[in-house]
Design a protein around this ligand. Structure first.
Ligand code: CTP
Length: 397
């Protein structure tokens, strides 16, 4: 049994929060409700008191019940925070870190997965400001159950209707399960490009944004793993809870990865490690006039191949960026690098893969089992990747 905190905000659809609460209880969990002041004006908190068996929390400072530090105590106990329905206002407050009532303060204090089910008028939902807020929260690992299209309280038809309670409960339960499925495992993830320096200011690099690797790390954290993220230079926000190690050049990334390899259970090499570096690196900036006649490139060492040679029970996942014969090339790489799973991307498609939010991939494990992941966000793909890793791990044992 887990303790689930259900945040209820002031949308007319808040009566459906009762069904969400019941759904979690039916699955055997305990639910504590937090309402916003406006929500408590729409429906009496007494209703949630009797359904949940706990006094509904509304105020941060309550003379009769000093909750002032309760948000910290409750944050430690909570296995999941679900906000259903969530107004545009609470989403904006979460995104900006405003903590002016119990629910928004609780959001900042809680380390558990967060699931938000928005409900609002279509124009508000599609407003660029709301879209920005949702994107920001998603980037931090917050999950959303997208609203459905249908009849809205304002009389309009459109997007913004609270998702079905069953769907919210299903997603919430998935997040709870995910939290424990990798408990006790140490996961090493590499992400982003590397920089091969010519001199202190100039380098050779590639278009990798680091998004895919950061999502893989984020998902592993959600599933309860200890996560070490060895990252090349990126602008991505590191997932909270990961041990972050920065590495610039391929040789540096290799050093950091090899150091941590013996203590890792699963390694996901999502980094786009440069295949070439300069034969010589100048200590001082090369003057224009001293432009070298030719720049000699030498191959870098293949980190993944070294890991394949040295592995002692570790589960090894590689990526493959291909433009032709994706499957055949991926199969060759699985063998030559002694991988347990390969995630092959077709990088010839516009708007996918490198430096994009979406990706599409073919996942192949060492037994030849293939999962075809059609175009989806890197967030979603990270779930598919971990599901495939867990399935292979299960059949390996
Ligand atoms: N990789 C690595 N060290 C390198 C180069 C690549 O560990 N020096 C890893 C990447 O992190 C990725 C995988 O190898 O997980 C595949 O990289 P990719 O560039 O697709 O393949 P290569 O083996 O470099 O082969 P090619 O460029 O010929 O396709």
């Amino acid at each position: 049994m887990a303790k689930i905190v259900l945040g209820v905000t002031s949308s007319v659809s808040l009566y459906k929060a009762c069904e969400v609460l019941r759904g979690f209880q039916k699955a055997g969990h305990e639910v504590q409700v937090i309402m916003t002041r406006n929500a408590a004006k729409l429906v009496s908190p007494l209703l949630f008191n009797s359904l949940s068996g706990h006094r509904t929390i509304i105020e941060l400072f309550d003379e009769d019940h000093p909750w002032s530090v309760a948000h910290i105590a409750l944050a430690k106990e909570a296995a999941l925070l679900v906000v259903a329905p969530a107004t545009a206002n609470i989403i904006a407050k979460f995104a900006a870190g405003v903590a002016d009532d119990f629910l928004s303060t609780f959001y900042l204090a809680v380390g558990a997965p967060v699931l938000i089910a928005p409900a609002m008028n279509e124009a508000m939902f599609l407003h660029p400001q709301t879209r920005d807020n949702v994107t920001r929260l998603r980037r931090r690992g917050v999950e959303f159950v997208e609203p459905a299209k249908g009849h809205l309280a304002c009389g309009d038809e459109g997007w913004g209707r609270l998702a079905e309670p069953d769907e919210i409960v299903r997603r919430g339960l998935e997040l709870l399960k995910e939290k424990v499925s990798l408990a006790g495992r140490t996961v090493l993830v590499t992400a982003g490009p590397t920089r091969e320096y010519l001199d202190p200011v100039r380098y050779l690099s590639n278009r990798s944004s680091g998004k895919m690797g950061y999502e893989v790390a984020r998902e592993a954290l959600l599933r309860g793993a200890r996560v070490i993220l060895v990252s090349g230079p990126t602008h991505e926000i590191p997932p909270a809870g990961a041990e972050l190690i920065r590495a610039d050049a391929a040789a540096e990334m290799e050093r950091e990865v090899l150091k941590r390899f013996p203590k890792s259970d699963i390694v996901v090499m999502a980094a786009a490690v440069a295949d070439f570096s300069f034969a010589a690196r100048a200590d001082r900036k090369i003057k224009k006039q001293a432009l070298p006649e030719d720049l000699k490139l030498v191959p870098t060492r293949d980190i993944l191949k070294t890991l394949g040679e040295r592995k002692k029970g570790q589960f090894l996942v590689g990526f493959a960026a291909e433009t032709d014969d994706v499957k055949a090339n991926a199969l060759k790489k699985i063998k030559s690098k002694r991988l347990d799973l390969i995630v092959a991307n077709d990088v010839s498609k516009q708007g996918l893969g490198f430096d994009a939010d979406d990706n599409q991939a073919l996942l192949i494990d060492a037994r030849g089992r293939v999962t075809d992941a059609p175009r989806m966000s890197k967030r979603e793909l990270s779930r598919v990747i971990w599901d495939a890793i867990e399935a292979s791990l299960g059949s390996k044992r």
